[in-house]
Design a protein around this ligand. Structure first.
Ligand code: 13P
Length: 337
């Protein structure tokens, strides 16, 4: 483990005003995204849309890293250039999703455990050789009747910690992503309680495994009302409760917290991040690692047709710029086009 380079990469990813594009949808998930624009889930469609994002001129002013699915790490453009090289040429770190998905737990079938530890070290070594400098593993915690169970939180935290240690041994910065889902009719208070418990358990496990905290990034959900909750907390409450939860559970050595968007709209995700950064200074950088909240409008602009590339670039650039402003607490809805 090269601690110095792990810490340097983690800090560079959350350098001032920069964040991550999560473009690591698995092939079936990408199929769902392409279905929204009536396009087939072909390798060419997956490549062309992702290449449009990566080709966007000056996106590197706002995007420091892109999380890729395995297919994309080795995929080539029509001109025969590896997509990850396009990122590297702009000084953007390629990252790689290394988990093998969330599967129903044996002991509690409405809950999920993320798998993928088998052969992980060898895979990480190969990914490093292919240019990846960071990795991602997503654990999923569901709120519902009688869940999450302690077993689910514990098992996912333990797997996240083992993954993080293996990544660091292979010199990849691990993004530790314990996602408490927005699905459900729970209140923001319940989300707070579950998120704090999940984060505390995760950091306990990271410590037990001997994970080097300056060489990780945390990717949590925001503390937010369940999607079907009849009372939706407003922007300030989301920002205040999210910060309170992180202050109570995330050690200061962690260089950055990069939120997932988790089903929030593009502007909600930007507004919430902005509100937190406008509220004060924190021991860690607060930035973004958005999937849907960075890609949705760009996907619709592209529409499966490369004749629309110019508008696709403009729309993606704008979304990335808005989130960069949110990292400084300088976003305002009036800046939307
Ligand atoms: P969303 O921002 O769409 O939640 O995606 C982020 C991600 O990487 C989920 O694992």
């Amino acid at each position: 483990m090269d601690k110095e380079s792990l810490a340097a990469v983690a800090s560079a990813i959350v350098a001032s005003g920069k964040g991550i594009l999560a473009a690591d949808e698995s092939t079936p998930t990408m199929g769902k995204r392409l279905a929204l624009i009536d396009q087939e889930n072909t390798e060419v469609n997956r490549r062309d849309f992702r290449q449009a994002l990566f080709d966007t001129e000056s996106m590197e002013h706002f995007i420091s890293g892109v999380i890729l699915f395995e297919e994309t790490l080795e995929q080539k453009s029509e001109e025969g250039i590896r997509l990850s090289k396009i990122l590297e040429s702009k000084g953007v770190y390629p990252g790689i999703k290394v988990d093998k998905g969330a599967h129903p737990m044996d002991s509690s079938s409405s809950e999920k455990i993320t798998k993928g530890l088998d052969g992980l070290y060898e895979r990480c070594v190969d990914f490093y050789k292919l240019g990846a400098r960071f990795a991602k593993w997503r654990a999923v915690i569901t709120i519902g009747e009688g869940i999450p169970t302690d077993e689910c939180i514990q098992a996912n935290a333990s797997a996240l910690a083992k993954y993080a240690k293996i990544c660091q041994d292979a010199n990849l910065v691990p993004i530790v992503e314990p996602e408490v889902l927005m699905d459900g009719n729970h209140t923001i208070e319940i989300c707070y309680e579950v998120s704090e418990k999940t984060l505390r358990t995760t950091f306990n496990e990271l410590e037990k495994e001997g994970v080097y905290l300056p060489g990780i990034l945390l990717k949590p959900n925001m503390v937010i009302s369940g999607k079907e909750c009849s009372v939706q907390a407003d922007m300030n409450k989301v920002a205040q409760m999210t910060v309170k939860c992180l202050m109570a559970s995330v050690p200061e050595e962690v260089p950055g917290i990069v939120f997932l968007s988790g089903g929030q709209s593009e502007t909600e995700a930007t507004e919430h991040l902005n509100a937190m950064n406008a509220m004060g200074e924190y021991p860690w950088k607060l930035s973004f690692s958005y999937g849907r909240a960075l890609q949705q409008s760009a996907l619709h602009s592209w529409g499966g047709n490369n004749a629309n590339l110019a508008t696709t670039y403009a729309v993606f650039y704008h979304r990335a710029e808005m989130n960069s402003k949110a990292c400084h607490g300088e976003y305002s809805p009036e800046l939307e086009i």
